[in-house]
Design a binder for this molecule. Structure first.
Ligand code: AMP
Length: 468
């Protein structure tokens, strides 16, 4: 699949005050979901105005630019660029001017039938300016709106056509909608504010704005967010959940509650399960900051082994994961993490990371700990071996990337240079999340996909044929 991928965050607010600053604040809170571009669109009573750019929220949405726009209803987006590049041209919300007014759309997820639909619509004369599936959605919406200008009908018509993962914040002139794909693969939660309502990829932004969580948007549900209420339009009868388990393991903020399970709690549970499944005789448990921190706390609680911080992380360093080649990625890991020598020297250490993809991070960190004087370095991993690509919005696309496809656990242990290596089991991570396995998307660790994808095994069919 080509085109920009959407490992992103969305927000939408409809309230009794100018919401621009709140949108900006919410985007800063969910910046863990994307650091390459940011944008907001607000309706000022006549038109939708948008400010968006490349860079962190502070850079893309500086005070002097956002104070020029105003509106009581608006949406926002943070984007994690992978194949689509980091440029401003890929920043969202994406906007469109149509015969019935203006639309703005912010999207988290990936459509799995994007290429097929795009080809079909191009054959009918549709024109696309980007490689983005968000453009396809907004185009389809505009096309379906054209018929009788009923947004709910138009959204349902689009949902019946597209497959895959999507959590959307949509504005059609001054009306705002939240939409979650039929399996709820990507998260979307509703919050109540003093003078209105909001939706967001992560609940932590709701608390940051002084609000309260109302509930998650249900799989396949369309909601309209007004200042005084949330209107809900029929989730499909046959909807089943397939929450992405990796949101809890790695992607989301620890203080977020997703589909009623707090990320921090789940990560601590993962550590506890790891202590049971792969115990170790060591002096200290150490996290790989930041995402491995709660995992390590859980391991320490369950095992009684003291927890210590052994690495200082340089927060301003770039993302190592998407750097182009192995040497650059390895160098970037050592620029980002510095061992605390006094904590490490002469100790038998167990480190926990959330996942191993290529093995770059752990290989480098194990050797850095040894250089800093560690006597033994044991590794535990908070997700089962990653063996299959994600087609739903997490940047793990290529089977060739995954070290666990080419090597046994023992071989991986040797490659990363650890004294021992233990991955949590699939059953273990399901137990830690506390939802039935059938309600989770575990495709990257069991290669069984919750929607139909050509050439891949699928669990059940999810076409939204029963949404009117
Ligand atoms: P690797 O170094 O290739 O084994 O990648 C694993 C490391 O990257 C772990 O420390 C994770 O926290 C992080 N990670 C895992 N998946 C992703 C992803 N899709 N995007 C960015 N970072 C990731």
């Amino acid at each position: 699949m080509s085109g920009p991928r959407h490992y992103c965050g969305v927000v939408g607010i409809n309230a009794g005050h100018n919401v621009v600053a709140d949108l900006q604040k919410a985007l800063m809170i969910i910046q863990n979901r994307g650091q390459d571009s940011a944008g907001v669109s607000v309706f000022d009573g006549v038109v939708i105005n948008t400010v968006k750019d490349a860079g962190l929220v502070q850079v893309a949405l500086p005070k002097e630019r956002i104070e020029n726009i105003e509106g009581k209803v608006g949406i926002g987006h943070v984007r994690y660029a992978t194949t689509g590049g980091k440029g401003a041209q890929n920043a969202q919300p994406m906007t469109l001017t149509t015969a019935f007014g203006m639309m703005a759309l912010a999207h988290n997820g990936d459509l799995t039938n994007y290429a097929k639909l795009k080809t079909e619509y191009m054959a009918q004369g549709a024109v696309f300016l980007t490689d983005s599936d968000t453009e396809l959605i907004i185009n389809l919406l505009s096309r379906h709106m054209g018929q009788d200008q009923d947004p709910i009908k138009a959204i349902k018509a689009v949902m019946a056509e597209v497959d895959g993962a999507y959590a959307l914040a949509l504005m059609i002139n001054g009306r705002m909608f939240g939409i979650r794909d039929p399996l709820g693969i990507r998260p979307l939660v509703i919050g109540k504010l003093d003078d209105g309502y909001m939706i967001c990829s992560e609940s932590s932004a709701i608390y940051a704005l002084g609000g309260e969580i109302v509930r998650d948007v249900a799989p396949g549900e369309i909601i309209e967010v007004t200042q005084t209420e949330i209107k809900s339009y029929a989730p499909c009868n046959r909807c089943a959940y397939a929450h992405c388990f990796f949101e809890w393991v790695y992607f989301a903020r620890p203080d977020s509650i997703m589909d009623e399970r707090e990320v921090y709690e789940v990560r601590k549970n993962i550590g506890k399960v790891l202590a049971r499944e792969h115990p170790a005789d060591v002096d200290l448990v150490m996290p790989i900051p930041d995402s491995g921190r709660a995992h390590a706390i859980g391991f320490s609680i369950a095992s009684g082994i003291p927890y210590e911080e052994g690495f200082m992380k340089n927060r301003l360093a770039g993302r190592t994961f998407i750097m182009p080649d192995q040497a650059t990625r390895e160098k970037a890991v050592s620029d980002k993490m510095i061992p605390i020598r006094s904590a490490v020297n002469g100790k038998r250490i167990l480190i926990i990371d959330d996942s191993i993809v290529r093995g770059t991070t752990l290989k480098k960190l194990v050797s850095m700990l040894r250089d800093a004087g560690a006597k033994e370095v044991h590794v535990r991993v908070g997700s089962p071996p990653i063996i299959a690509p994600c087609f739903y919005g997490i940047d793990m696309k290529n089977r060739e990337q995954f070290i666990a496809n080419k090597h046994t656990v023992e071989e991986i242990r040797e490659i990363i240079g650890a004294d021992s290596l233990g991955y949590i089991s699939i059953e273990g991570v399901v137990e830690a999340i506390g939802k039935p396995a059938s309600d989770l998307c575990l495709a990257c660790v069991n290669a069984k996909y919750p929607t139909k994808i050509e050439g891949e095994e699928h669990r059940y069919q999810t076409k939204l044929t029963d949404i009117q």
